[in-house]
Design a protein around this ligand. Sequence first.
Ligand SMILES: Cc1ncc(COP(=O)(O)O)c(C=O)c1O
Length: 366
Amino acid sequence: MPVPFLDLKAQYRSIKSEIDPAIQAVIDSCAFALGPAVEKFERDFAAYCGTKYCIGVSDGTAALELAMRAYDIGAGEEVITVANSFFASAEAISLAGATPILVDCNEDDALIDVTKIEVAITKKTKAIIPVHLYGQCADMDAINAIAAQHNLIVIEDACQAHGSGYKGKRAGSIGHCGAFSFYPGKNLGAYGEGGGVTTNDESVALKIRMLRDHGMREKYKHSVIGKNDRLDGIQGAVLGTKLPHLEAWNTKRRAHADLYRKLLGNHPKIKLFKTHADRVHNYHLFAIRVPNRDAVQQQLKDKGIATGIHYPIPIHLQEAYAGKWQKGDFPVAERMADELLSLPMFAEMNTEMVEEVIKYLTYIVK
Ligand SMILES: Cc1ncc(COP(=O)(O)O)c(C=O)c1O
C-alpha cells in the first residue's frame, strides 16, 4: 500500500460539500481581494487563537515581515531566530531590512535553544522570532522573560503551529504577535497562498492592515509605504470553512503521532523528538532522526512511502547568506540536517498507513 506524505485531495473530498458553495459565494459576490469572507475569517481565527485581532495577509513570509515593520523594526537593527527552520524565518527579517541573527537549536526537541539567546543580544537587537517548529511551541516563558528584560518584541513564527498550545494558551497569543502561514499543506491551509498575523495590540493591528494594503488608512489615502500583501476573498472563504474542522484534524494527527511514538519509541537507532507535557503539539510534521537518512529515504520511496526533510540545509549554510556564517557555527542544526526525516502525517491517514510506514522503516533501519 503506497503512503503519500500528505493527501490534500482526501481532505477536500471530506469537506467538498461545504467548500464548493463557500468558494462559489465569493465568486458570486466578486469580493476577490479582502472582503467579507476575509473579515469573518479574521474574527474567527483571532477568537480561536485567543487574540483580539487577526490580520489576513498574502502568506506567512509577509506575516512575519509586516509584523516586524509594524513594530518599526528595520535597517541597522537585529532580530534573533533559529538556524533550524524554514528559510523564510530569516528571509523575512532581511525583507524587513533588518539583520537576522541565528542561534542553534536543542538536540532533544529541535526548538530554539533559549540558553543561546542572551549571548546573541546586542544593542541593536529589537526582536526574537521563536519558531514553533513541526508544530510544537518553543520555550515561550523563557523567551518572554529574556525579551522583557531586554525590552524586545517577541514575534512567534507560528507558520507550522495552527492550534498548538503552550500552558493553556494557543500559538499566536503567547508573544507580542504571531505569524501564520496558510500554505495549502499546513494544518489549516488555503487553496492557494495565505497568511495572517495575530495580536492583542490594536495599534499594531491597524498598522499591519495599512501595510498589507499599500499603506492606506482610507481608500487612496496612503499614510505609509506599504505594499500589496492582501489575503484573497476565496482564501478567506476556504480558511473560514476549514477552521471549524481544525481541532478534529489536529486530534487525528496526534493519534497518528502517538502510534508512531509507541511503535518507534524503543528503536535502537531511530531518535524521536521530545514532546513537552506543558505544550499541545499539532504535529504539522512528524520528524525523526535516522542514520544514513538519504539511503533510508530512497528505500522507503522504493516501497511507496513518501517522506520529507525539514530541512536539509540549515539557514546559515544557504547560498543566499553566503559569507555571513560558516559551517560549524550551529553544530546541532548541522548534525540534525543530515539525519532529519519527516514521516507521512495528515489527518486523513489511517492506522494501517502508519503501520505500513513503520513496517518498512523498521525493516530498513535495523
Ligand atoms: C516556519 C515557517 N516560517 C515561515 C514560513 C513562510 O510561510 P509562507 O510559505 O506562507 O510564506 C513557513 C512556511 O512554510 C514556515 O514553515
